[in-house]
Design a protein around this ligand. Structure first.
Ligand SMILES: [Zn+2]
Length: 80
C-alpha cells in the first residue's frame, strides 16, 4: 500500500479550503511523526492521507484525516 498526504489550508470565515502540497509518506516510518512535520512546514490545520494499491496513485481512497489545532486560522482573533 502507498500513502499520499495532502496538506490543506482552511478558513471557515471565508469558506476557504485550499489544497496546498502533496507528499508521499515514507513506509515504515510512523505516520503521525511525518505528518506533524508536514503540518508544521505548511502551517496546515488539516492533512488528508490517501492510500493506493499502486505507486502511481491512479485510484486512491481516503485513509484518514488529521487535524492540527495549532495551525487553525486566526481570523477571528485578528478582528477582536
Ligand atoms: Zn480565517
Amino acid at each position: 500500500m502507498y500513502y499520499l498526504a495532502i496538506t490543506y489550508d482552511i478558513c471557515e470565515h471565508n469558506n476557504l479550503v485550499e489544497e496546498m502540497n502533496e507528499y508521499r509518506l515514507e513506509p515504515g516510518v510512523d505516520f503521525e511523526q511525518q505528518l506533524i512535520k508536514l503540518a508544521k512546514k505548511d502551517i496546515a490545520p488539516l492533512i488528508k492521507v490517501y492510500q493506493s494499491i499502486t505507486s502511481d496513485f491512479k485510484e486512491v481512497t481516503l485513509y484518514k484525516e488529521y487535524t492540527f489545532k495549532d495551525y487553525e486560522c486566526k481570523c477571528h482573533r485578528e478582528k477582536g
